[in-house]
Design a protein around this ligand. Structure first.
Ligand code: AMP
Length: 288
């Protein structure tokens, strides 16, 4: 496995392979790799000839009071996982190379970024959209894989690629969970054993909502309040938002008649958790 740090060297490597007709797959990450990342890497390995994983803790997507400096950076563990999974290039640019002096262009996706995570983390999605655009420019992949775990981010990336004609095929893969259902996240290491036990209630709340929709409930207000009730059963959890949304606009749906995504974010101690479930409404029986 090659470790490349310079953006120019990364682009040169990709351009050489592109000229040979090789399909390049790409999994962008912030490192601290877990089974969720591993599933994206494995799928990319199956779908593409050559595979690049980036490890870059992007400073511009963190807010001033967020965990940029203490974000876990177990680099040798991450490289070992990449090697095990047959990654061809681990791309590890420095913040200086990504944002050299004079850097000024940013990418925003206003409507998709407006609600939910965008409200709680005001500059987060501009940071994400900009770094993804830059990484695509450096890596020049044919295909990039993202996790459904960060649902709003996956919608934003698809919109960005479409709007700016970036020519990268975006694949979104299901959320990988711990045995009890907690969505895997690099930030789960911050949970104390006690908090870790309680954290699953966010997913339990979303599951309650999903079950109601599958069994015929269509009123989003009733669904949101049932989800909130489950989560409030765990007093250590503070809800940031619970939403029943359209899959592409992420606007709230008052009534669910087709597909919807249930989005949730909550805090426990100093850790913020996000999760989601995509669900289809129960189809009314048709008489022929
Ligand atoms: P991150 O390192 O947190 O920026 O995540 C890198 C990629 O891994 C993103 O596309 C995430 O959505 C994805 N990812 C993170 N956690 C999971 C998970 N539990 N299951 C599937 N994908 C995930």
């Amino acid at each position: 496995m090659k470790i490349i740090r310079s953006p120019a060297a990364m682009t040169a490597w990709s351009e050489r392979l592109r000229r040979e007709g090789v399909t390049i797959g790409f999994v962008p990450t912030m490192g601290a790799l877990h089974e969720g990342h591993r599933s994206l890497i494995r799928e990319a390995r199956l779908q593409c000839d050559a595979l690049v994983v980036s490890i870059f803790v992007n400073p511009t997507q963190f807010g001033p009071r967020e965990d940029l400096t203490k974000y876990p950076r177990p680099l040798s563990h991450d490289r070992a996982i990449c090697r095990q999974e047959g990654v061809d290039v681990c791309f590890e640019p420095t913040a200086e190379a990504m944002y050299p002096e004079g850097f000024q262009t940013t990418v925003t996706v206003p409507a998709v970024a407006r609600r939910w995570e965008g409200e709680v983390r005001p500059h987060h999605f501009a940071g994400v959209a900009t770094v993804v655009t830059k990484l695509f420019g450096m890596v020049r992949p044919h295909r990039a894989l993202f996790g459904q775990k960060d649902f709003q981010q996956s919608v934003l990336v698809q919109q960005l690629v479409k709007d700016l004609n970036l020519g990268v095929d975006i694949v979104v893969r299901p959320t990988v969970r711990e045995q009890d259902g907690l969505a895997m996240s690099s930030r789960n290491v911050y949970l104390s054993p006690d908090e870790r036990g309680r954290a699953v209630v966010l997913y339990k709340g979303l599951q309650t909502g999903a079950k109601m929709i599958r069994t015929g409930e269509t009123d989003a207000r009733i669904i949101r309040s049932a989800m909130a009730q489950v989560i409030k059963g765990e007093p250590a959890m503070a809800i940031d938002y619970l939403a029943v949304c359209d899959l592409t606009t992420l606007e709230s749906l008052p009534t669910i008649t087709g597909k919807a995504v249930l989005l949730g974010a909550a805090r426990i101690g100093s850790v913020r958790l996000i999760d989601n479930i995509v669900v289809s409404a129960k189809q009314a029986r048709r008489n022929f």
